[in-house]
Design a protein around this ligand. Structure first.
Ligand code: SF4
Length: 224
């Protein structure tokens, strides 16, 4: 941790005081839909993902057995609205193959295993990276996991907690070392960071009125 970095409990408290209780919501009707959304949302908007999920739903393919039975071409056409559709169709097919071959189609059994084992299994599936694996752990399996997304990395870099070239692993450790091993708290922290990144700490930051200015390295360097 760098010298000026506020503690994670301070950050949590300050954001919670500014933005209030977070519902930490993931828009899905089933754990499989959460997983599909987590796989499709990389490098695209949620609106595009919602269109792809609506296609899968209309095709009756929003469960592992039905999705696994689709041809590669059909899967590509259904997920096309989410962008880079060939890659995403392949990732989704690989995820379904894992559920069908290792867990006999029982997603609940897969998600119910020990969190460390589940994370390792997910990361072993072609195209599933850490952000996707942690989103599945936290929102589909309801297990403690901290999601390092672009928003979170940007905020802690600007606060002075990690160097510009620091890895996602360092950002993840910063939070997982400080937060209780509790899924509800990790969901709330994630939601607060997303809210803050949208309200103030945007790509071009809106520092005026930001609740973190007194501890922010970027603010200290750039404030008049
Ligand atoms: S002061 Fe500016 S750069 Fe720092 S956290 Fe707030 S919005 Fe982001």
């Amino acid at each position: 941790m760098m010298n000026d970095c506020p503690t994670i409990p301070w950050l949590h408290e300050r954001l919670a005081a500014a933005y209030g209780p977070q519902t930490a919501w993931w828009p899905a009707e089933s754990p499989f839909e959460v997983c599909v959304g987590a796989i499709l949302v990389q490098h695209t908007t949620w609106q595009q993902v919602a269109r792809a999920i609506a296609n899968l739903k209309a095709a009756g393919a929003l469960d592992p057995t039905a999705a696994f039975a689709l041809s590669a071409e059909t899967m590509e056409n259904l997920v096309r609205p989410s962008g880079t559709f060939r890659q995403k169709a392949r990732r989704l097919a690989g995820f379904c193959r894992q559920i069908m071959t290792r867990w006999d189609g029982d997603l609940a059994a897969m998600l119910g295993q020990d969190g460390v084992m589940l994370r390792a299994e997910l990361l072993g599936i072609w195209g599933i990276g850490e952000e996707t694996a942690d989103a599945i752990l936290l929102f589909a399996a309801h297990q403690p996991a901290f999601i390092v997304d672009t928003y979170t990395a940007r905020i802690v870099r600007r606060l002075g907690c990690v160097a510009d070239d620091n890895t996602r692993h360092a950002v993840r450790s910063l939070f997982t070392d400080a937060l209780p091993h509790d899924a509800a708290i990790m969901r709330e922290m994630h939601a607060l960071l997303v809210t803050h990144a949208k309200a103030h700490c945007r790509a071009t930051p809106l520092c005026s009125g930001c609740p973190l200015t007194d501890r922010c390295a970027y603010w200290k360097e750039h404030a008049a």
